[in-house]
Write a protein that binds this ligand. Structure first.
Ligand code: ZN
Ligand code: ZN
Length: 304
């Protein structure tokens, strides 16, 4: 078997393979030895080969004896996850074998199934993430996967079925239209407070806002990438002024506030609702609709 064919075999398996897999596919010991000597593949331990340049987390997972899963697999596949990059989360199946390796900090998942190498699919990784990261982390990643089109109706039902009954509402509450992970998180936390939100609402004279509460309070969520851009900041200030002029209360929060200082965010939203004389949750006002400013009109202001 040629070197290029062995490389293709590894690539098809997510960049890593056991020598037994290579032999089963028709490679001989000599073929494997020759590819390794040529630097086309790298032996990380006896009987395990990876492609050079494999991401370190994936290489560590293979070295440890399993496949990347949970938040590590989701991040690897481009899904937005709440947890910051940390040690690889490795799935070893029900009865896999752990291997020690230098600098090992792997978080090991033992779940049903035969151990594999590579990267777990998004649906399986999400189920593992629910057990490991909890409801919020799971929900945020699920909405990101939906937004990216990585989860279809069949996988969605599959995931739902594998969650405890008490958690299945998370799947039902998820939408593919959430604009960011922060938006997913805020929607979920406000729901827990009994506050309904409308997402991605277009308001005449303001534009599309992230979340609208009770038709009057606008929640804008700033991604981490926006901090240093003066033009973006100017646009945001202008939008806030336009919203305020139309009788809305714009509130703006960033990643650090939402993730690390939620009490401040919650107090601001509840305070704004109280200032409006609103109870928490629905109070019978008409909901905001597309292109229609639903905010109360200030004395002297005119509504178009
Ligand atoms: Zn390890
Ligand atoms: Zn995990």
């Amino acid at each position: 078997m040629r070197n290029s064919e062995i490389v293709a075999l590894l690539r098809a398996r997510g960049g890593c393979a056991r020598s037994s897999d290579l032999f089963a596919a028709g490679a001989t010991k000599n073929d494997v030895r020759r590819s390794a000597a040529a630097g086309e593949i790298v032996m990380v331990r006896r009987g395990l080969y990876v492609l050079p340049g494999l991401p370190p987390t994936l290489r560590d997972a293979a070295h440890h004896g399993g496949a990347l899963t949970c938040q590590s697999a989701l991040r690897h596949r481009g899904v937005w996850v709440l947890d910051r990059e940390g040690p690889p989360h490795v799935w070893l199946g029900a009865h896999g074998r752990e291997h020690s390796h230098p600098g090992c900090r792997c978080v090991v998942h033992w779940r049903d199934g035969a151990p594999a190498l590579g990267v777990l699919d998004v649906a399986s990784a999400l189920v593992h993430y629910y057990r490991c990261g909890g409801s919020e982390a799971f929900f945020v990643a699920l909405e990101s996967a939906l937004r990216l089109g990585q989860i279809g109706p069949a996988q969605r039902a599959w995931i739902r079925h594998r969650l405890p009954r008490s958690a299945r509402w998370l799947v039902d509450f998820a939408v593919p239209t959430s604009d960011s992970g922060l938006e997913s998180l805020v929607r979920l936390r406000l729901r827990a407070l009994g506050i309904e939100t409308a997402a991605q609402v277009r308001i005449a004279g303001v534009g599309r806002v992230d979340l609208l509460i009770d038709g009057v309070i606008i929640i804008e969520l700033d991604g981490e990438e926006n901090h240093a851009d003066p033009a973006k900041r100017h646009r945001d200030l202008r939008r806030d002024a336009a919203a305020t002029a139309r009788g809305y209360t714009p509130l703006r929060f960033d990643y650090a506030l939402v993730v690390h200082d939620w009490p401040t965010v919650e107090a601001a939203i509840l305070g704004a609702l109280r200032t409006r004389g609103r109870r928490i949750g629905r109070d019978g006002d008409a909901p905001a609709s597309e292109e229609t400013p639903a905010g109360p009109v200030l004395p002297g202001a005119s509504r178009r």
